[in-house]
Design a protein. Structure first.
Length: 177
């Protein structure tokens, strides 16, 4: 939150000063700079931070336990669990972040209309508590958040919309002065 405000103020001050030196209103320049700050925040927010991912070799026993938990938790949320066909154990991508395993894979299963649908589960959290693997993710929530993930992939459109909105506000403010 504080970083957001800092970005907006810095960009706002820079563009406000430039606007003032060119003989325009400082406030308009500040608003446009703040919009640029928002765009900068969006760009920073969508960058992947992989610095916390530990590249560790996972032994076969641990991989097998994680795969079983992954399959069992997801199977419990399916409309037709008996039709479930999971990715192979070798295809399951497992990373470790701050001691929590993140499993990513897919399952083919029938939906309520009987059609086979492939659903991807990304970063399913499983924690190792003294040798006991405990699921930390809710598979139903992960599947329902796929739409949000898809929409978040369109961040470029959000930036374009921000620029267009900023231009509209700029022209409205200029027309009223």
């Amino acid at each position: 939150m504080i970083i957001s405000i800092v970005f907006m103020v810095i960009f706002g001050l820079i563009s406000g000063i430039i606007s003032y030196k060119k003989g325009n209103n400082f406030g308009i320049g500040f608003l446009l700079g703040a919009l640029l700050g928002i765009i900068g925040i969006i760009i920073v927010a969508v960058q992947k931070d992989n610095s916390c991912i530990e590249n560790v070799n996972i032994d076969e026993e641990t991989r097998h336990k994680i795969y079983e938990i992954f399959c069992n938790e997801i199977r419990a949320t399916l409309k037709a669990p008996s039709t479930a066909v999971f990715c192979k154990e070798e295809e399951l991508i497992i990373n470790q972040v701050y001691g929590i395993y993140l499993a990513s894979g897919w399952v083919d299963s029938q939906n309520s209309y009987g059609a086979m649908i492939r659903t991807y589960y990304n970063k399913f959290k499983i924690e190792n508590k003294n040798g006991v693997f405990v699921p930390k993710s809710n598979a139903r929530v992960i599947a329902s958040n796929k739409l949000a993930g898809t929409l978040a992939g369109y961040w470029v459109y959000g930036i374009i919309a921000t620029i267009i909105t900023g231009a509209i506000f700029y022209f409205i403010i200029n027309a009223s002065i």
